[in-house]
Design a protein around this ligand. Structure first.
Ligand code: DQA
Length: 147
């Protein structure tokens, strides 16, 4: 049983990047949090971060063959990427969208998510704890569907 954790552009800078908005935890801390949460339920986590849109598309396709669900923070591509939205539509897995900050309380250009309409759900505004909440939610979804 496996989950894919996919993080988009600039999230490799987590901890150093705008700590007032995104906090002090690093991407490694996020990965550990998701792995520890998933492990409690017997799930492994494959983690991937990229600053390149097409590589994120490729990883979603790979998830379709190798995972039961996806936790994804598409970062800035959330607001722009039809390609990522189409990739989420193309695969048959539940995808939970996570944002560390509350995108709806920020600049208007962050209010819209291209991916939200094709995702299982969205968790925003709880800091990196949102990743733990996303892991719990997707595992529950997977188990209820008997995947
Ligand atoms: C983000 C929110 C996006 O608007 C922004 O471009 C990011 C991070 C978040 O996790 O809060 O890079 O996805």
């Amino acid at each position: 049983k496996r989950l894919f954790l996919i993080n988009g552009p600039n999230l490799n800078m987590l901890g150093k990047r705008e700590p007032g908005t995104y906090g002090n935890a690093s991407l490694a801390d996020v990965v550990k949090l998701v792995k520890d949460t998933a492990w409690e339920y017997g799930y492994e986590v494959e983690e991937f971060q990229s600053n390149h849109e097409g590589d994120l598309v490729d990883q979603l396709h790979k998830a379709d063959m190798q995972a039961a669900g996806v936790i994804m923070n598409p970062a800035a591509y959330t607001h722009t990427s039809i390609a990522l939205r189409d990739a989420v539509s193309a695969i048959s897995l539940p995808v939970v969208e996570v944002h560390i900050s509350n995108i709806h309380a920020r600049e208007p250009f962050r209010h819209q998510s291209m991916l939200a309409p094709v995702s299982q759900g969205q968790i925003v505004g709880f800091g990196i704890d949102g990743y733990r909440l996303a892991a719990l939610a997707i595992i529950k979804k997977i188990e209820s569907e008997g995947r």
